[in-house]
Structures are given as structure tokens and as C-alpha cells.
Ligand binder design. Structure first.
Ligand code: FPP
Length: 237
């Protein structure tokens, strides 16, 4: 019997959880878990490219992560900087565009400079858009969008009568991207953790029991196959 063709999610969002537990289970420092997690990022980006996903958003650093010990923050920033430093050639070769969301002005200058340069260098690439959520918090994003709208209303640029969900979405960091179709979270946790609260309204959820460093290409494939079996009704029948 022939199988129905897979319905590929256009946009996959991922909460990459469990780096710390992965390391602790091996008697390693937490930063070893983040390092292994960065390897998984490489593998999953390749998988998304091969499958034909158009956008992938990775929750790499949340606004709450600033509360972690300085040593862990420094290790994460160093990893991010190295990732950005080494990705240029590969992203150009693979036709991958890099973008970011979040309060990136809070990142160290070294990361900001690398991020800006890689975003610029890859801006015309078309095969896949990788969106890094950095110093990102959805409530903060929504509050900032509300402030921008309030300012536009107070200057008369927008009339309150014209305020629609579409207009609101245009003020969010994610305005240039479609909403995610599929959310993957690793390490068996069923939480959104302040991630894309507005944008995930109609997303399908896939929870993997694996910690992020153990998640691999075939797990990503499994999530996409599982997604393609879902019956999405968007509130209709
Ligand atoms: C959550 O695991 C993960 C993070 C806070 C950071 C995610 C970062 C990476 C995957 C590596 C760097 C990414 C890039 C793009 C270079 P956790 O530490 O909260 O795990 P735990 O819940 O087991 O403690």
C-alpha cells in the first residue's frame, strides 16, 4: 500500500531543553551539556534543510536565563560567539539565512557584532531561515509591541478602530515570519517557558523524552512524521 505524502511543517520552533541534566548525568559540568547541545543544533539544522522546512526557530537563550550563574552565562555567550564565527562559510554554501529575535541589545558586544555581520552576510539566502531566539521572552516581546502600538495610536499614525490581530502581529519581533506549525520540546517537559506565546496559538506540539544533546536527525524526522498525521482544524470543523 502506498503511503500518503508527508505534510511538511513550514516553520518548526524548538525549545532545546535538558543540556544541564545531560551533563549532570555524566558527571560533567553544565557547560559540557551546552557544548553538546550546540552540536545537536548543527545536526537539526541540516535535517530541517534536507526535509524542506522553510523556517526553524531555536530558543537559545531566554530573558530568564540571565538569572543563571555568571559562569554559565559566560559559557553560553562564548558558545554562541563561536557558533556565529564559524557558521558564515557553511551557511553561505548551504544557502541558509540567519535571523534573530529577542532583546539582542543585551548580548555582549562581541556576540552582537558577529550576529549583525552573519545576518547581513546571509540575508539573501533562500533555502532555510534559522531564527535564533536570544535574550528572548514572549511577554517582553508582547509588552514592547503594545508600547509601539500605543505610541502609533497617540501620534495618530494608527486609529484604535483599525487595531486587528494582524496589525498587532506586525509589531512583534517575528513579524517577517509565518507562525510556527510545529513546536518541539525536549527533555519530557510540557511547558512553554515564555516562548512565542502569541505565535504558537495553533501549533502542534511534539514532546521528546530525550535531552537536547541526545536528540538527533531521526528524532526530528519522527516529529515531522507525527506532525503530518495530525488533523489541523484551526478551531474550525
Ligand atoms: C536549556 O537546557 C538550554 C539552554 C538554556 C541553552 C540552549 C543552548 C544551546 C543548545 C547551545 C548553544 C546554542 C547555539 C545556537 C550556539 P538547560 O540548561 O536548562 O537544561 P536543564 O533543564 O537540564 O538544566
Amino acid at each position: 500500500m502506498s503511503q500518503a505524502p508527508l505534510s511538511i511543517p513550514r516553520h518548526v520552533a524548538i525549545i532545546m531543553d535538558g543540556n544541564g541534566r545531560w551533563a549532570e548525568a555524566r558527571g560533567l559540568p553544565r557547560k559540557a551539556g551546552h557544548r553538546a547541545g550546540a552540536e545537536t543544533v548543527r545536526e537539526v539544522v541540516d535535517a530541517a534543510l534536507e526535509i524542506g522546512v522553510d523556517f526553524i526557530t531555536l530558543y537559545a537563550f531566554s530573558s530568564e536565563n540571565w538569572k543563571r550563574p555568571q559562569k554559565e552565562i559566560d559559557a553560553l555567550m562564548k558558545l554562541l560567539e563561536r557558533f556565529l564565527k564559524t557558521k558564515g562559510k557553511e551557511f553561505m554554501k548551504k544557502n541558509i539565512r540567519l535571523r534573530s529575535i529577542g532583546q539582542t541589545e543585551r548580548l555582549p558586544e562581541s556576540c552582537r557584532a558577529r550576529l549583525a555581520s552573519l545576518e547581513k552576510e546571509t540575508s539573501e539566502n533562500k533555502a532555510l531561515t534559522v531564527i535564533l531566539a536570544l535574550s528572548y521572552g514572549s511577554r517582553e516581546e508582547i509588552a514592547e509591541a503594545s508600547l509601539r502600538l500605543a505610541q502609533k495610536i497617540s501620534t495618530g499614525e494608527i486609529s484604535p478602530d483599525h487595531l486587528t490581530t494582524e496589525l498587532f502581529a506586525q509589531q512583534l519581533d517575528t513579524a517577517p515570519f509565518p507562525d510556527p506549525d510545529l513546536l518541539i520540546r525536549t527533555s519530557g517537559e510540557f511547558r512553554l517557558s515564555n516562548f512565542l506565546l502569541w505565535q504558537l496559538s495553533y501549533a502542534e506540539f511534539f514532546i521528546s523524552e530525550k535531552n537536547w544533546p541526545d536528540f538527533n536527525k531521526s528524532d526530528f524526522h519522527e516529529a515531522v512524521v507525527d506532525y503530518s498525521r495530525r488533523n489541523r482544524r484551526f478551531g474550525g470543523l
